[in-house]
Design a protein around this ligand. Structure first.
Ligand code: F6P
Length: 359
């Protein structure tokens, strides 16, 4: 059935053949792919599996957990702990790092993952996903927290699974970003979108606009200019999308371009952003950069951030390169005081509310 088609292990072996120890990384990614197939089956059962039930517990970031959050987390652990390929794992759903239990051996990689991203979408049957990142681990010692706190540039592989009408696995091992579709009858991931490329320009942006009053002025400026469309300085109309599922938003951007923002806001003053650096922002940033796009906090390239804690949150702005660079410029101009103060369209020159003396 797959004659002439490239399956995941064939693709990985061809991509990594020249790297020392490549068979171990191929095997680890195949273990992750097995976990993804199992999660895909669980998600597809929906309410039939009882997995939409809400638990009384919260995860390390304070989010309410569903049974599916917990079972998908356990699925990733069980599929990846036994092979002697990982030295430890960190997940959104666990406060502390996971130690490889006896009798299994520790291996040369660290696996960091979010087993079910966007899980608030589960009860309304909208696409969700899993996100993962692989780091190298030196030595055979039990990893310390500091071993996980490497910048995104240290990732050797990153990817996500998307559980939508079809189940996709999109990944990079440092040479482009490639998409695979699960052939459910055969059980193979088949290469369907080789070398995805994010167009440099776009007229589509994604942001949770209900937070507008909490954003910083450079983001308010950017979004307000997009909304002004053909009547504003961008001189063209923009489209807005918000699925509230980061995997689905990033996938849309990888396929047709766009910009995704979960910027710094003052809604929860003690946290600098909503999304987590190690298992959301960094893997997505690597995938987007490998596809020719850009990823930033607005002030720093995402992959250069030195992490300080396992569940650290960061502002995230990623997607089409020219738009991301424009948003970075707006942050620079704002920080340098060169930006004119943000003026709501309600009160600008063309406003209905304009009165003499306000110009
Ligand atoms: O894990 C975080 C997440 O679910 C992302 O997948 C998504 O982009 C975001 O939160 C949605 O946030 P909000 O609920 O503010 O729309």
């Amino acid at each position: 059935m797959h004659l002439g088609r490239t399956t995941l292990p064939k693709f990985l072996t061809e991509q990594l053949r020249d790297q020392p120890g490549h068979t171990e990384l191929v095997s680890l990614i195949m273990d992750v792919a097995s976990a993804v197939k199992a999660v895909s089956a669980m998600v597809a059962r929906g309410a039939l599996g009882g997995s939409l039930d809400v638990l009384a517990s919260a995860n390390a970031s304070g989010d309410t957990q569903k049974l599916l959050d917990v079972t998908t987390n356990t699925t990733f652990l069980r599929h990846c702990e036994w092979s002697g390929l990982v030295a430890g794992m960190v997940s959104e759903e666990m406060d502390a790092a996971y130690d490889i239990p006896e009798p299994y051996r520790r291996g040369p990689y660290l696996l960091v993952f979010d087993p079910l991203d966007g899980s608030s979408n589960i009860d309304i049957n909208v696409s969700v996903g899993s996100i993962f990142s692989v780091l190298k681990h030196e030595g055979t010692e039990r990893p310390a927290v500091a071993d996980y706190l490497k910048p995104g540039t240290a990732q050797v592989a990153a990817g996500y699974a998307m559980y939508g009408p079809s189940t996709l696995l999109v990944l990079t091992v440092g040479d482009g970003t490639h998409g695979f579709t699960l052939d459910r009858e055969v059980g193979d991931f088949v290469l369907t979108q080789p070398r995805l490329q994010v167009p440099a320009d776009t007229s589509e942006f994604a942001i949770n606009a209900s937070n507008e009053r909490f954003w910083e002025p450079p983001v308010q400026r950017y979004v307000s200019e997009c909304k002004a469309g053909a009547h504003g300085i961008r001189a063209r109309d923009f489209n807005m999308r918000w699925i509230a599922s980061m995997v689905a938003e990033v996938h849309r951007i990888l396929v047709r371009g766009g910009v995704f923002m979960y910027p710094r806001d003052t809604k929860t003053p003690l946290r600098p952003g909503r999304l987590r650096l190690l298992y959301e922002a960094n893997p997505m940033a690597m995938l987007i950069e490998q596809a020719g796009g850009a990823a930033t906090t607005g002030r720093t390239r995402m992959l250069d951030i030195p992490p300080t804690e396992l569940h650290q949150r960061v502002p995230v702005i990623l997607g089409s390169r020219n738009e991301v660079e424009r948003i970075e410029r707006y942050h620079r101009e704002y920080d340098a005081g060169e930006d004119r103060p943000y003026v709501s369209p309600l009160f600008n020159d063309r406003s209905l509310y304009r009165t003499e003396g306000t110009r």
